[in-house]
Design a protein around this ligand. Structure first.
Ligand code: BGC
Length: 740
């Protein structure tokens, strides 16, 4: 052996020893990074929106200046762009194509808020799986979902894409969606990288106005806004997205505490963090950066790996390295995170996609979308009207959303095709038109319509009918990003339409299709039955038809509180007790004239709204009825590291086989920090035959009882705890145990 061979052998052994412990992907990433120029590294960190096959884009790809493209959906263009990146760029690194595939790609499921109302995470998982199968068939391997922002303000348009107000429910649903999108293996060609967004606190936007500032104490951030993100990490979410808002003055794209200290150091997230659209440059507008260069430096220091559409990294990072402001090491870390996701997706081995014209609207996808819409509708009221029996011969179908294919998709349905949506009017006519005479008369053309001429026709139709179905609510465009409302009542002349219909004396079924809770107390009072259906997607019509005529029994429960008045907001079930809980209400009309100041009870309520919402979180009726037994605990005391079981027997006391969502809540009534009056800790959706009983058991351990303390520690404090197993967040009787 020559000296040279011995030296090479030693070197290889040494290198091998250093690499030992690293998995093969990390070794490949190391090798690739060692070959990359600084420009190529920065190119990977740059995400651009699709520009088709423009010369500019082709040139940028050849020069390795783009790591990802979003919003390109033409499979041939995607394949060609990918070919250029892989074959014509120096290092052959594939692109990753991203898109907001939020609640379906072609086959649209209910909006996430609606899916959460099913309280069946399997529905969200299946919906995400189907979305992934459809979207990956055109080459989209990265979705910007799930959105796991806890949302307690229905004015905020983005509540539609959330799973509602509760950290636990949001965590369970977010994790289910991650699982669905990512499938069995991320490298499967029909798997998509999920993206937990928007990190973090976005739902706390002041006044429910999108992009608005937030002020969130650390204990609240950790108790309320972060658990769903942690659950997404635990579920294996491949990527995260920053939020637009600032928290306590620090915009998320420049927030080292969130993105490095918590996400990377505490949670050990090793995926990729992308900014939101232009959120790096928006640090200028926030008033924390004087220019784009400074914003780029702040973002990379805070650990944002990829710049979505701000062009901050591609324009300034190189100079920042050359000037010594940013180290190349920190850039390598980000590139490593990006390449890791690309390797995990198998993009290096299989960069292209085989077009599949049969990928959309498969019968099983359509059936799943219908099932999801059925399970998502919440029955708020039923004065013995639903399900409609055969005594109703003529049915008037009215309201601006009765036959509005586009609107029932809800927000984030870029790729949906109205021709494939089945509206309530069409479904009722096709499915029940033989048994019943159906008269369709919208009354209003769209939800904001302020032209009253159609109302007269709708009233005439109602007069000819035995029952009136009113499909009211909001068009899709009235919720979603940047579509916030200060007045969340029914828009346009819908209230007038309902009052006029009420005057006919005909029984009214009100079906609300909306992207948020609406303040509709009066309209509910005017109706005999009310179904809250959110925006139900492609199959909203058939699902609602079967619910109304009783082929399907409603089983949804509210994932969010419905306020009586907008002025009650924020109103959510897990509020604190306050020092003077609301009692002895004196409503505004009952206050005697000239009365002395302290005669009003001096407790926490609104003179004009009391202290209760219209419907609480977790609420929802069925055509059947359920009785809950008293809760039994397996022990009166829980050891510090022990467990107890809480059980309750639920009986279907009605006439229909039906599903019920059994909910577990706890409260820590005396703690070092005031705790919420109740917190959801578990739930189970069960099917009970008429007359059947089932005993539901929940295990409780100390980790579920803890909370974050000001010194950034999480633990449960010893003492008494209350437990409810109930049908919603307000009913039931508490039992107690002691934690040692
Ligand atoms: C939204 C994100 C979305 C991104 C890309 C932004 O405006 O806030 O939720 O994923 O655009 O479309």
């Amino acid at each position: 052996m020559t000296k040279k061979t011995v030296f090479i052998l030693m070197l290889t052994t040494l290198l091998f020893a250093c690499q030992k412990g690293k998995d093969s992907t990390e070794i490949k990433i190391d090798k690739l990074i060692s070959e990359m120029t600084l420009d190529e590294k920065i190119g990977q960190m740059n995400q651009l929106t699709g520009m088709g096959l423009s010369d500019d884009m082709k040139e940028q790809l050849k020069n390795g200046r783009v790591g990802s493209i979003l919003n390109e959906v033409d499979v041939n263009i995607i394949n060609e762009l990918q070919r250029i990146a892989v074959e014509e760029s120096r290092l052959h690194i594939p692109l990753i194509f991203g898109r907001d595939v939020i609640h379906g790609y072609k086959t649209i499921f209910p909006i996430p808020l609606g899916q959460a109302a099913s309280w069946d995470p399997k529905i969200a998982e299946t919906g995400a799986r189907i979305a992934a199968e459809e979207a990956t068939s055109v080459g989209i391997r990265w979705t910007f979902a799930p959105m796991v922002d806890v949302s307690r303000d229905p004015r905020w348009g983005r509540i539609a894409e959330s799973c509602g107000e509760d950290p636990y429910l949001t965590s369970v649903f977010g994790a289910a969606m991650v699982k669905g999108f990512q499938g069995d293996k991320l490298s499967d060609s029909n798997s998509m990288a999920a993206c937990a967004k928007h990190f973090a606190g976005y739902g706390a936007a002041e006044a429910g106005k999108d992009y608005n500032t937030t002020w969130i104490p650390d204990v609240q951030l950790r108790d309320v806004y972060l658990p769903s993100f942690k659950a997404a990490v635990d579920a294996g979410a491949a990527t995260f997205m920053c939020s637009f808002n600032d928290i306590n003055g620090v915009p998320s794209s420049g927030n080292k505490y969130l993105n490095r200290d918590i996400l990377r150091d505490e949670w050990k997230f090793d995926g990729m963090l992308v900014s939101d659209w232009g959120s790096i440059d928006q640090m200028i507008s926030h008033g924390v950066s004087a220019n784009l260069k400074n914003a780029a430096a702040k973002a990379i220091e805070a650990g944002v790996d990829m710049d979505m559409m701000a062009l901050a990294y591609i324009t300034h990072l190189k100079k920042l390295v050359e000037e010594g402001v940013i180290s190349e090491k920190i850039i390598d870390e980000s590139v490593r995170n990006i390449l890791r996701v690309k390797f995990r997706l198998g993009l290096f081995e299989n960069p292209n996609v085989k077009p599949d014209s049969n990928a959309f609207y498969k019968p099983e996808a359509i059936a799943a979308a219908k099932y999801a819409a059925e399970e998502s509708a919440v029955l708020l009221k039923n004065n013995n009207l639903l399900p409609l029996g055969s005594s109703f011969k003529t049915v008037a179908v009215v309201g601006p959303l009765a036959d509005a294919a586009l609107e029932q998709f809800g927000t984030w349905s870029f790729d949906a095709e109205p021709a494939h949506a089945v509206t309530p009017l069409k479904a009722i006519t096709d499915m029940y038109g033989k048994q019943y005479k159906i008269i369709g008369e919208p009354g209003l053309v769209f939800s904001r319509d302020s032209n009253a001429t159609g109302i007269t026709k709708a009233v005439a139709a109602a007069k000819k009918a035995d029952v009136v179905l009113v499909f009211a609510g909001e068009e899709a465009i009235l919720s979603g990003e940047a579509h916030c409302r200060a007045d969340i009542s029914l828009p346009g002349l819908q209230n007038q339409l309902i009052s006029e219909l009420k005057k006919t004396g005909k029984p009214i079924v009100l079906v609300i299709m909306a992207g948020r809770p609406l303040t509709i107390e009066k309209q509910i009072n005017e109706s005999n039955a009310v179904l809250y259906a959110f925006h139900g997607g492609t199959m909203a019509g058939p699902a609602l038809a079967d619910l109304i005529f009783g082929k399907v029994i409603p089983s949804g429960k509210l994932p969010v509180t419905i306020p009586r008045m907008v002025g009650q907001i924020p109103v959510y079930y897990a509020h604190k007790m306050t020092g003077r809980p609301g009692t002895n209400f004196v409503t505004i009309d009952k206050i005697p004239i000239g009365v002395f100041q302290t005669s009003l009870g001096n407790t926490s309520f609104h003179l004009d709204a009391g202290d209760k919402p219209l419907y609480p979180f977790g609420y929802g009726l069925s055509y059947s009825t359920f009785e809950y037994s008293k809760v039994k605990l397996s022990a009166k005391t829980m050891e510090k590291n022990g467990k107890i079981t809480a059980e309750c027997t639920v009986k279907n006391t009605g006439k229909f086989d039906a599903k019920e969502v059994v909910q577990l809540y706890v409260r820590d009534p005396v703690a070092s920090l005031a705790r919420p009056v109740r917190e959801l800790k578990g739930f189970e959706k069960i099917l009970l035959k008429a007359g059947e009983s089932k005993t539901i058991k929940f295990e409780i351990d100390a980790t579920q009882l803890g909370f974050w303390h000001e010194d950034k520690t999480y633990y449960a404090e010893p003492g008494e705890f209350q437990v409810w197993i109930s049908k919603d967040s307000q009913s039931g009787e508490a039992v107690s145990f002691k934690l040692k």
